[in-house]
Write a protein that binds this ligand. Structure first.
Ligand SMILES: NC(=O)c1ccc[n+]([C@@H]2O[C@H](COP(=O)([O-])OP(=O)(O)OC[C@H]3O[C@@H](n4cnc5c(N)ncnc54)[C@H](OP(=O)(O)O)[C@@H]3O)[C@@H](O)[C@H]2O)c1
Length: 352
């Protein structure tokens, strides 16, 4: 007997959402599970329905009231791809509270409301999955929670923000200044009109918070993660990459080094040290060679040793891979991204 399909509603059909919709339209046969329920797309919420229709999204599924899709008794799974804090946070919480599973790519919502959402999902017995929130299409959270679960993770470090890596790569390879490289990133569609979330390090902080939840079993308050390095280091103590100068990039090159925005977290006893700062790394190391919008995350674990994950850290199509994988995991009954790990309801204390 074939199981009744899970009815999926997608909130947001921008870069990522429209690629998820495309999968439902163009290759539904891949969205089936062996013996479990399939997945059926029943609604898509956007702000501007006419514009979405003109972009070719299926007219009969479009609407402009995401809260309606969350409350609708004819939806089973909510996919939140709107971004930002509100209304995304309230919609995700409401869906979980109503017993619906949720897939989201929203690193801000998971990093800033993680303890509350984890408690709600566990209480209501629903799944909350967010593989796409870190590393775009790179499978990193699932392996941390599952295949690496028998390890003790001691450290995580990596390049987790494609926009800043694109800017630093342009400054290094083409010798341009920070403002010129930022303008090139904006022209290429890699940086937003207001780039603060990326260049000041907040996006990378959100991803580090999520990585730490899976690796260390605790939530960190994003406000506790430092984004400014030493005054005499790259960036002169300014947040993220905002203080990095072409002179610093050239001086690094003379020493066979490059400047990268490195997100890093380590266990030290019961505490966690975490930072997102512009850092000198060897030009010929794997992190030094990570160019453009590629992401790379390295995990030190016992007994495994060091393992690394690298690949497309952004882009609608690549990111849709992680969203669709999470949908199939829900159809298979795999539970939340943290399934099998103990509840992490409290914030960890950070060392300074
Ligand atoms: N883009 C990437 O490469 C990437 C990678 C990893 C994770 N993510 C995450 O994925 C999420 C989506 O990113 P994106 O790049 O796809 O964003 P986007 O292109 O800006 O698309 C956002 C979509 O959400 C809709 N929306 C926003 N607010 C809404 C509201 N109040 N009511 C109804 N619809 C609303 C927009 O509607 P309109 O179309 O009508 O404006 C649009 O369709 C974000 O959390 C982002 O951080 C993105």
């Amino acid at each position: 007997m074939t199981a009744v399909p899970l009815r999926v509603a997608i909130l947001g059909a921008g870069n990522v959402g429209r690629e998820v919709v495309r999968a439902f339209v163009e290759w539904p046969e891949r969205l089936q599970t062996d013996g479990g329920p399939g997945l059926e797309l029943v609604g898509i919420a956007v702000r501007d329905v006419d514009a979405a229709r003109r972009r070719g999204l299926p007219s009969e599924l479009l609407m402009d009231a995401p809260a309606h899709l969350v409350a609708d008794p004819d939806t089973d799974v909510i996919v939140e791809l709107m971004g930002g804090d509100e209304p995304a946070h309230t919609l995700v919480a409401a869906a979980l509270g109503a017993g619906k599973s949720v897939v989201t790519a929203n690193k801000h919502v998971i990093a800033h409301h993680g303890p509350e959402l984890e408690a709600t999902a566990r209480r209501s017995g629903t799944a909350l999955r967010f593989e796409a929130a870190v590393g775009g299409g790179i499978p990193i959270l699932g392996p941390l929670a599952a295949e690496l679960a028998a390890n003790r993770v001691t450290a995580i470090r990596g390049i987790v923000n494609g926009t800043t890596n694109y800017i630093l790569t342009a400054m290094t390879d083409e010798g341009c200044g920070y403002n010129e490289a930022l303008a090139a990133a904006q022209a290429a569609g890699y940086a937003e009109a207001d780039p603060a979330g990326d260049v000041e390090g907040h996006d990378a902080v959100n991803k580090l918070v999520i990585l730490a939840r899976l690796a260390f079993g605790s939530w960190i308050d994003p406000a506790d993660v430092t984004t400014s390095g030493a005054m005499d280091g790259p960036g002169g103590g300014r947040p993220g990459i905002t203080g990095v100068t072409s002179r610093e990039v050239a001086a690094a090159a003379a020493d066979v080094m490059v400047i990268k925005l490195i997100a890093s977290a380590q266990r030290s006893g019961q505490r966690i040290a975490a930072s997102v700062v512009a850092t000198l790394v060897g030009r010929d190391t794997p992190l030094g060679r990570t160019a453009g919008v590629t992401n790379r995350i390295e995990i030190d674990a016992e007994p495994l040793g060091t393992v690394a994950f690298s690949g497309p850290g952004a882009g609608g199509a690549a990111t849709s891979s992680a969203v669709l994988g999470d949908l199939l995991a829900i159809a298979r009954g795999a539970g939340s991204t943290w399934a099998g790990l103990p509840f992490a309801g409290r914030l960890a204390r950070l060392t300074r």
